[in-house]
Ligand binder design. Structure first.
Ligand code: NAI
Ligand code: X2X
Ligand code: MG
Ligand code: MG
Length: 342
């Protein structure tokens, strides 16, 4: 087992006042960007936002109370620069906007290790380079903070030029609410590999494919697609919420004995030794850089996102999406299905 002695930090381990007098530039105002910026502001920090001219987020960030500058100008004004733009765009933006404006003793931060670990960005030796990586979607980083809770984070220090990098990063984690849940110490390499593995094999790729296959199986057998949607997609959250609260045992406490019996005998027939073998291959493609190379090529100007866009289009056309839209519209609380516009 990897370093099980790694430390986990909580609120009392973090000192928010280390951020006093420091300007934090949040570059990008998407899922993570808006959440970090708003949470830090609500925690009393001095936050500015960096975007590109013409960005749709510019007016929104201003309306939410921030001074907005170009990424270059924001970097110049800041002591701490958190890069929250898309991983595949970070290298070019860093080179053009950040590198020329970095000063010795600044801290460059990330919420995911991709650009540093895969050598897309190589910062100068005289700046701190740290990561606070929330283990959850940005919109949830915001909503949990507002609820007085937080999303657990990973903390990593790639470069400690000032001797204070880790403490500053932990102060940042407290500011966004992460320390309310726990901030686990790790490295850029481990965060990158485990995050990519989790989202591909389990959280996004694995779970969505499982739900869609279940939905298809019921529809193909002639059952009402709305029933298939309720059963295999809607109810997933309700079951996972119980796991989130009290583990698999807690979830099994709430389900019937019938369901629990079926769970034990059927789970291993669906997720088999072959599935584990596929997971190991996915992990090794992440570790040896194969995934990163393929992703960066498709997302590059030469690749034109051809594969990415085609996959996105096809996924949006899945019958489960069509039925889901209809069904969600009719929920009495349907105004909550607006995340996509936020
Ligand atoms: N989405 C999530 O919940 C999570 C994301 N992360 C990491 O956070 C980082 C940001 O990802 P998301 O929040 O998903 O991105 P996003 O796609 O939601 O938002 C990107 C933002 O960057 C801006 N942007 C793009 N190019 C820019 C440029 N050249 N200059 C200035 N601004 C630019 C966009 O206008 C947008 O506001 C990535 O490193 C990602 O891996 C980490 C944990 C979870
Ligand atoms: C939300 C999150 O943690 C992910 C899945 O790793 C991501 O969006 O990159
Ligand atoms: Mg993640
Ligand atoms: Mg991720």
């Amino acid at each position: 087992m990897e370093n099980m002695t790694a430390k986990i930090f909580y609120q009392s381990d973090c000192n928010l006042s280390l951020l006093d007098g420091k300007t934090i530039a949040i570059i990008g105002y998407g899922s993570q960007g808006h959440a970090h910026a708003l949470n830090l502001k609500d925690s009393g920090c001095d936050v500015i936002v960096g975007l590109y001219e013409g960005s749709k987020s510019w007016a929104k960030a201003e309306a939410q109370g921030f001074k907005v500058y170009t990424a270059a100008e924001a970097a110049k004004r800041a002591d701490i620069i958190m890069i929250l733009i898309n991983d595949e765009k970070q290298a070019a933006m860093y080179k053009k906007d950040i590198a020329p404006n970095l000063e010795a003793g600044n801290m460059l931060m990330f919420a995911h290790g991709f650009a540093i670990h895969f050598g897309q960005i190589v910062p100068p030796a005289d700046v701190d380079v740290t990561m606070i990586a929330p283990k959850g979607p940005g919109h949830t980083v915001r909503s949990e903070y507002q609820a007085g809770k937080g999303v657990p984070c990973l903390v990593a220090v790639e470069q400690d030029a000032t001797g204070k990098a880790k403490d500053l990063a932990l102060a940042y984690a407290l500011g966004i609410g992460g320390a309310r849940a726990g901030v686990l110490e790790t490295t850029f390499r481990t965060e990158t590999e485990t995050d990519l593995f989790g989202e591909q094999a389990v959280l996004c790729g694995g779970v969505c494919a499982l739900m869609q296959a279940g939905f298809e199986t019921l529809c193909e057998a002639g059952y009402d697609p709305r029933n298939a949607y309720f059963e295999c997609i809607h109810e997933m959250k309700l079951i996972v919420d119980l796991i989130y609260q009290s583990g698999f045992e807690g979830m099994r406490y709430s389900i019937s004995n019938t369901a629990e019996y079926g769970d034990y005998i059927t789970g291993p027939k669906i997720v088999t030794e072959d599935t584990k073998k596929a997971m190991k291959k996915i992990l090794s493609d992440i570790q040896d850089g194969t995934f990163a190379k393929d992703f960066l090529l498709d997302m590059s100007p030469a690749g034109g996102q051809a594969h990415f866009r085609a996959m996105r289009r096809k996924a949006a056309e899945h019958p489960a999406e069509v039925v889901g839209k209809e069904v969600r519209k009719l929920y009495s609380w349907s105004n909550e299905d607006k995340l996509i516009n936020n």
